[in-house]
Write a protein that binds this ligand. Structure first.
Ligand code: FAD
Ligand code: NAD
Ligand code: ISD
Length: 426
């Protein structure tokens, strides 16, 4: 025996919080909705974990960043879920799912059944072991995906002020954690295999701006190599990081950010997968019509580019969640999801936004020796992507609007000359 709900959200992260809010706006009844989460806290804005939560002064406590404050919406506290009759099943891992029977089995052996399931299981951090290196269990090696991980980083940072941190990976986690470590007065060396940081998104010119800024804050970069092993002392602590190029870095702590894998395993063999995630249609509905997928785990059609994409960013988690709930509650009235990919980061005092797709030719603009610059990506004669560092709200809005319009571009040199004015006048 177990519990039965009309709607079950599996996963208690960003997408779950936004889906819950949308359900209440559309009039879910008390007792109809349940959220099941392996985490023991209510859904929160995960981006805060590598930013405000790690700051030494005026640290944002978890209570300040529960969803949905990241989108200027209500802060959904435990009290909020209770008042809305939403069952929060926290600290509970689902170990198997049966989409034919419409049931989920918890690790403790309870069966939870649903009429409609929203999969919002997000992703897990890739482990070094998956790249043939052991040592992830050492007491001063950290990953960053959830609140527990962030607390570990916080404790370690506090215990090694003035010491050395090695950051493995030059992506989002690497860049944001390196900045937070420096702000906490820790010496940072970043190690990654590519020629420049943020290789999935940045051009060499954009990357070089941020790398120069990081260097001015004391960060050292070791590029084009990966770690081969750790030196671990008798207390189980890493004391040094050995690199494949033969060099060795002393380490008081290590932060690893080498990418993620979507949490699809419960549904493999039951639902159609694509791009490493669960394939859904424009209503976020999977190959089983009673099952929807949202957030990092969903591979959805991006109309603007005529392609299926799986995005790993908070804006798409929030919006896919809301759209799925709209489609569930008002199926016929809800159109196809029409999303403009949006990524951003905040590091030190800098802040950038990116819209669209980083494919095709690149046109850089602005002052790369100052604080406002950007880039456009032009593919098949149309604007498809845009990036801006240090913009105002109006400028970012203009960038988004221009990118969505995909205007034809005939003269790249003229676009470069116009720079930001191009987006402001499209
Ligand atoms: P998640 O928020 O990861 O939630 C998934 C939930 O499912 C978790 O609670 C997990 O415990 C639970 N779960 C998984 N499997 C099970 C199971 N079997 N049983 C029960 N529960 C389960 N994006 C940006 O655009 N900008 C940023 O600045 C930014 N910063 C970030 C900083 C950090 C530190 C991290 C880790 C990510 C950041 N992201 C950022 C990415 C963004 O947070 C994710 O895209 C977003 O959280 C995805 O939401 P989600 O709900 O799909 O998954
Ligand atoms: P990522 O994909 O951004 O970067 C992974 C990095 O791992 C690569 O840049 C590469 O440098 C490195 N790498 C790959 N293989 C390696 C190896 N063998 N040894 C050393 N380095 C290796 O992933 P991430 O930085 O781990 O971030 C995890 C997730 O969190 C992503 O989904 C990301 O989108 C999300 N996130 C987003 C933001 C944001 O949008 N501002 C911030 C933090 C995290
Ligand atoms: O989008 C975000 C982000 O970058 C955060 O830090 O949401 C959170 C909240 O703004 C934290 O309050």
């Amino acid at each position: 025996m177990g519990r039965a709900f009309v709607y079950v959200i599996l996963g208690g992260g960003v997408a779950a919080g936004y889906a819950a809010l949308e359900f209440t706006k559309r009039g879910v009844s008390q007792g109809e909705l349940c959220i099941i989460s392996e985490e023991s806290v209510a859904p929160y804005e995960r981006p805060a974990l590598s930013k405000g939560f790690l700051l030494p002064e005026a640290r944002s406590p978890l209570s300040s960043f529960h969803t949905c404050v990241g989108d200027n919406e209500e802060r959904l506290t435990l009290k909020w879920y209770k008042e809305h009759g939403i069952e929060l099943v926290l600290g509970t891992r689902i170990k198997s799912a049966d989409v034919r029977r419409k049931t989920l089995l918890t690790a403790a052996g309870e069966t939870i059944s649903y009429k409609i399931l929203i999969i919002a299981t997000g992703a897990r951090a890739l482990k070094l072991e998956e790249f043939g290196v052991s040592g992830s269990d050492a007491e001063n090696v950290c990953y960053l995906r959830d609140y527990n991980d962030a607390n570990r980083i916080l404790n370690l940072m506090q215990s090694c002020a003035g010491g050395n941190a090695v950051v493995i990976g030059g992506g989002y986690i690497g860049m944001e954690c390196a900045a937070s470590l420096v702000i906490n007065k820790i010496n940072v060396t970043m190690v990654f295999p590519e020629a420049h940081c943020m290789a999935r998104l940045f051009t060499p010119k954009i990357a070089s701006y941020y790398e120069d800024y990081y260097k001015s804050k004391g960060v050292q970069f070791i590029k084009g190599t990966v770690l081969s092993s750790f030196d671990i002392d008798s207390n189980g602590k890493v004391t040094a990081v050995n690199l494949r190029d033969g060099s060795q870095l002393p380490a008081d702590m290590v932060v690893v950010g080498i990418g993620i894998r979507p949490n699809t395993s419960l549904f493999e063999g039951q639902l159609t997968l694509d791009k490493g995630g669960i394939k859904v249609n424009g209503k976020l509905q999977s190959s089983n019509s009673s099952v929807y997928a949202v957030g990092d785990v969903a591979a959805f059609p991006v109309k603007l580019f005529g392609e299926t994409r799986r995005l790993e960013h908070v804006d798409s988690a929030r919006k896919t969640a809301r759209h799925a709930v709209a489609a569930i509650m008002e199926h016929e009235k809800t159109g196809e999801f029409d999303y403009l990919p949006f990524f951003y980061s905040r590091i030190f005092t800098m802040s950038w936004q990116f819209y669209g797709d980083n494919s095709g030719e690149v046109v850089h603009f602005g002052d790369f020796s100052g604080s406002t610059f950007g880039a456009y990506w032009v593919s098949k004669g149309h604007l498809v992507g845009s990036f801006l560092e240090g913009g105002t709200k109006e400028e970012y809005n203009a960038l988004a609007k221009a990118t969505r319009l995909k205007p034809a571009i005939e003269d790249l040199a003229e676009m470069e000359r116009q720079g930001l004015s191009f987006a402001l006048t499209v």
